[in-house]
Design a protein around this ligand. Structure first.
Ligand SMILES: Nc1ncnc2c1ncn2[C@@H]1O[C@H](COP(=O)(O)OP(=O)(O)OP(=O)(O)O)[C@@H](O)[C@H]1O
Ligand SMILES: [Mg+2]
Length: 232
């Protein structure tokens, strides 16, 4: 059985990709299905003993089915510097390459019903001089979900992201309105504008509130659409 695997990108860094990925993982698990998170490339990792560890990968692991795979499989490139991936890799004396990223995804997929892949930053992210984040998405044929952090500037970022995802010949499944900013003025009008301007459908509308337990409900229709039906 091939698992359902989706790629979570965002209009920017810090818009709620990990929040949405965590909620999706938990929503899948609540259907008694096996779900693993995957963070192919993380920069800004923390030193834990002998290892560099991504806080995003740790969060995704916390919401994945137990027993979880090794963190090294859930995050093959854990890079120390809190900068763009290709620069962080260069500062670590490494080059981000496609084969280990494909192999880790394949290993995670064994026996899983769903894989939630969280991208780095926004969409147009170089991994190296020769590799873009989009190359990984295309190689794995992953449908893309765009998380739009509802705040000033997001309309421009969302429209440009949709254009870029399509220009990269990737499938945009839809977008998620993530209400990250409690001070955003007239957020309903922003969401309504995005519904008009984006060709892709709104998949879920996430209220403000960092509690993942409460954030799963808006994803039920998306899980139905992905064919992730309750196992038990
Ligand atoms: N709907 C929400 N309500 C309240 N806070 C939120 C919401 N979504 C995200 N946040 C908070 O906003 C911050 C950024 O979210 P998150 O880490 O998910 O973004 P990200 O896109 O994954 O960032 P990065 O680019 O670093 O991976 C976090 O502190 C998170 O708890
Ligand atoms: Mg994140």
């Amino acid at each position: 059985m091939d698992p359902v695997s989706v790629f979570i990108t965002g209009t920017d860094t810090g818009v709620g990709k990990t929040h949405v990925s965590s909620a999706l993982l938990l929503a899948v698990r609540r259907r008694a299905l096996k779900a693993f998170g995957y963070k192919p490339v993380a920069s800004g990792c923390l030193r834990r003993g002998e290892e560099w560890v991504s806080e995003d990968a740790e969060r995704l692991r916390a919401y994945s089915t137990t027993p979880t795979p090794d963190l090294a499989l859930m995050n093959p490139y854990a890079l120390p510097e809190p900068i763009a991936p290709h620069l962080a890799a260069a500062h670590a004396g490494r080059t981000i390459e496609l084969p280990p990223l494909l192999a880790a995804h394949q290993a995670l997929a064994l026996g899983a019903h769903a894989i939630v892949v969280e991208g780095a930053g926004g969409w147009a992210i170089p991994y190296s001089d020769h590799l873009m984040q989009a190359d990984l998405v295309r190689a794995l044929k992953l449908p893309v979900i765009l998380v739009v952090g509802i705040r000033l500037g997001c309309i421009n970022h969302a429209i440009l992201s949709e254009i870029a995802i399509r220009a990269d010949r990737c499938e945009l499944l839809g977008w998620v309105a993530n209400r990250v900013d409690p001070d955003c003025r007239f957020p309903d009008e922003v969401v309504a504008t995005l519904r008009e301007e984006l060709d892709a459908p709104l998949l879920a509308d996430c209220a403000f509130g960092a509690n993942i337990d409460l954030a799963t409900a808006p994803f039920a229709p998306l899980l139905d659409r992905l064919g992730l039906k309750r196992a038990l």
